[in-house]
Design a binder for this molecule. Sequence first.
Ligand code: 13P
Length: 253
Amino acid sequence: MARKKIVAGNWKMNKNLFEGKQLVEDILHSGIELRDDVEVVIAPPFISLEMTASLIKDRKGFFLAAQNCHQEKSGAYTGEISAEMLKSVGVDYVILGHSERREYFGETDAVLAKKVDTVLAQEMKVIYCCGEALQIREAGTQNAHIQTQIENGLFHLSEAAFKNIVIAYEPIWAIGTGLTASDEQAQDMHAFIRSLLAQKYGDAVAQSTSILYGGSAKPSNAAGLFAQPDVDGGLIGGASLVAADFAGVIKAR
Ligand code: 13P
């Protein structure tokens, strides 16, 4: 089965409501023509979800993502946002396990496995992030590290549930640093992740699951990364905050 190609823009904690509206409008007016197998996903902060949903609703190929959600269904969790709330404003995808959530907010694989279930129960899709720190890459143990993150966060799922899972490989040493994984480093890791899926769930799941690359992806390096057979698209940070750059990455897909 052909895999979906996805370019997702993770705004992180950037853009107020007005700036965000301008950015979405600029992206929509940047003359992007999407092939049928390509999806563009926009992941603004919570306060801009509803605005973004209303701007993209008539644009084929554009989807909405949240950057996080709480693992419990509802209750006394002051300041948190539930999966059901996200669903109610039209969210299609939830990014889970971003390295910034793991590092600054103490999110463990066990909590993430629960968040994955909570999001899937609301019939939204998950973009599950994994990635290794520089010391791990330098020690050469990155594959084992990624394997643990994927097994702990996702491998409790059924084969059927996997149709709603997208994986994003984001080496921490490449996030916001200007250092990108080489095309070959990205391909090697994506192929390894796909082999894990094949061992656990079989070839059909492995071949139909989209695996995105993230970490200083931009118009000048996106085409090389996206040309790799196991790189199905990108999770874009900095370059998703400038409409022309985001459009440039989308055009490379
Ligand atoms: P940058 O593209 O800014 O390196 O961020 C990548 C990222 O973390 C996307 O989630």
